[in-house]
Design a protein around this ligand. Structure first.
Ligand SMILES: *Cc1c(COP(=O)(O)O)cnc(C)c1O
Length: 255
């Protein structure tokens, strides 16, 4: 339902501006706080200042949220559904931000995602990686990908299982048409610091062994969300994916 046509936008424009104001006002408060939190975590973790990139997760939020984010100077935006990503790129253009696909991707949608995403964080199987490789070679160009790893063993989480991740990701890294810039994980949704630390540490260790063994394997670590960004940064994150702390609870969105 990407093409609702001008009717949709003309009709909703007046309503949209007050929502835009709401998002802008919220961001004026939250963005400096989140940036401070990242800077403090970098310092506490002995990391270089500016080492961590902020991916603003606009998923499930309306177009006004993206507009407010762009106006606030956010340059990396994260989405988890192809349809919604397409609708937002169609509205604002591919050039205005780096668009990150962070949600599970069905193999049959690889072609579509390559047309709109700059980075795909959620490459969670060799099957999907092969499809992306094929689509990429067929003309969408070299795409940047991260291999998603299931560091918690939870069945509800996607990604390469940690036990077999090294071999499978080494195979993935050989596929043509992909640039593997690093790894991504989602920690379990818990407050237990030891559990969170262990998930992030195992991703970092895996990254270290892949980087040491494979020529040109990327060093990015996409880890850390609203609830666990401090720990993720201390454990070596280079990209945090933050939604709630910036934009509040997600209202739901249908593209
Ligand atoms: C939704 C989502 C986020 C953002 O989560 P918050 O807790 O709102 O910061 C980060 N990463 C992924 C993969 C997500 O799906």
């Amino acid at each position: 339902m990407l093409r609702r046509g001008p009717f949709f936008f003309v009709l909703t424009r007046p309503i949209m501006s007050s929502l835009l104001k709401t998002y802008s006002e919220r961001l004026a408060e939250t963005l400096p706080r989140v940036r401070d939190q990242i800077a403090m975590a970098e310092e506490a973790g002995g990391r270089t200042s500016g080492a961590v990139r902020l991916i603003a997760v606009t998923k499930s939020h309306p177009l006004e949220c993206v507009e407010a984010a762009l106006q606030a100077g956010l340059e990396d935006l994260g989405e988890n559904r192809v349809e919604e990503l397409e609708a937002k790129v169609e509205q604002f253009g591919a050039e205005c931000a780096q668009w990150h696909m962070i949600g599970h991707l069905q193999s049959r949608k690889t072609r579509r995602v390559l047309a709109v995403a700059d980075v795909v964080h959620s490459v969670d199987s060799l099957k999907l990686a092969r499809k992306i490789s094929t689509s990429s070679l067929e003309g969408e160009g070299l795409v940047e990908v991260l291999a998603q790893v299931n560091t918690s063993g939870e069945e509800s989480k996607g990604g390469f299982m940690i036990e077999s991740a090294f071999e499978e990701i080494a195979e993935l890294a050989e596929l043509p048409g992909l640039r593997v810039s690093g790894l991504m994980t989602m920690a379990p949704f818990v407050d237990d610091e030891a559990v969170l630390t262990s998930a992030f540490t195992s991703l970092r260790r895996l990254s270290e062994s892949l980087v040491a063994s494979l020529d040109g394997f990327g060093t990015e670590l996409s880890m850390g969300m609203t609830n666990d960004l401090d720990i993720a940064i201390r454990e070596g994150s280079t990209m945090v994916r933050i939604g709630t702390a910036l934009f509040g609870p997600r209202p739901g969105y249908t593209a």
